[in-house]
Ligand binder design. Sequence first.
Ligand code: ADP
Ligand code: MG
Length: 287
Amino acid sequence: MSGKILLRGVRLACHVGVPLEERARPQELIADAEMDFDTRPAARSDGVDDTVDYARVLGAMRQVADERSYALIETLAEAMAEAILRGFPVERLRLLVRKPRALEHLGVDWPGVEIVRERSAGSALADVYLALGSNAGDPRTNLCAALTAVGRECEVAAVSSLWRTEPVGYLDQPWFLNAAALIRTARRPHEMLSFLQGIEAAMGRERVIPNGPRTIDLDILLWGDEVVHTGTLRVPHPRMRERLFVLAPLAEIAPALVVPGLDGTVEELRAAAAGTMRIEWAGAAPW
Ligand code: ADP
Ligand code: MG
């Protein structure tokens, strides 16, 4: 393991205690979190989106302390550990939660609970849907190469057919070839975005004209039923509802999926967008 983020002496107010009268009013708790994760992507990019943003971790811890009452600090610590492992690219977490004043009258500095939890490789895999597009060079080869690169680090579980689609926005360019894929990954969303952007860069993508020609475009459409909303990443992809070139291939591999925040299944969204742009089936995918 190559790095650690520490949060020491986090003061929280929480309704916690076995006797109901103790639980009736919030009491002060102090938590220490030690989060092991790979700090190198953040060191390379110098960007907060690649690290464990401790301001957001703090928010997640406070939310767990605020959202309900607890009889035991064991339960609170477990819920906090789950929230941190679910929401951040943390591999291993040591969490100490103590009640600073609970046993003063018995001559004890403080009682506390310490737990260590790890990300479990099997259960943490997320179902992620990607959109792929290309209209420069040999689009069919580019889509294949991108998917092969994705497949080196993630399980590729399903791939749609290819669709030839008319350009949107900037019209003076060749038609696109589009596809969608279902992959399974233990990465967190921002790590995945960096990984995909690395593939785009390696394949020589240059962002010259917005919506202009590209060797390869890799977008994250859906991340299980999670909603991600940060400066660099929005999932579900904010424009997927209007994009028939996304919905047509996606409807082949996930017709019954319900998109968080949108009404209806993918197939219903596809049917609603049908006719808004020209698209043609371009054959089964060559993988
Ligand atoms: P587009 O895909 O809209 O044609 P780009 O590929 O150049 O354009 O992406 C522009 C920016 O969109 C990226 O730098 C990325 O940070 C951001 N972005 C926001 N949400 C997503 C998403 N779900 N998938 C991929 N990129 C996203
Ligand atoms: Mg993109």
